[in-house]
Write a protein of this length. Structure first.
Length: 85
């Protein structure tokens, strides 16, 4: 089934993101890895919602995408403030 293959690919992408967070030499690398990992997680939730035919999971995907965007903006501003000091 194609959806299972997509979930496996997203899991492998999440492992790459975790490796970037662990091995990132700078805070910006770690931030990009965490942001990518969260985006992959939200994408996985969306695929799982389609697979399970669950409207509640789609609502969770919407909320998680909004929270992820706001967290990315906040962390980028924090990183910029730390680098200008």
């Amino acid at each position: 089934m194609v959806i299972n293959a997509v979930l496996v690919a997203l899991t492998l992408s999440l492992l790459v993101a975790v490796a970037r967070v662990i091995a990132g030499p700078t805070a910006a690398d770690r931030l990009v890895g965490a942001d990518f990992g969260f985006a992959v997680f939200v994408g996985g939730l969306a695929v799982l919602a389609v697979r399970l035919d669950s409207a509640a999971l789609l609502d969770l995907v919407l909320v998680a995408a909004l929270v992820g965007f706001l967290a990315t903006v906040a962390l980028a501003r924090l990183l910029e403030a730390r680098s200008t000091r």
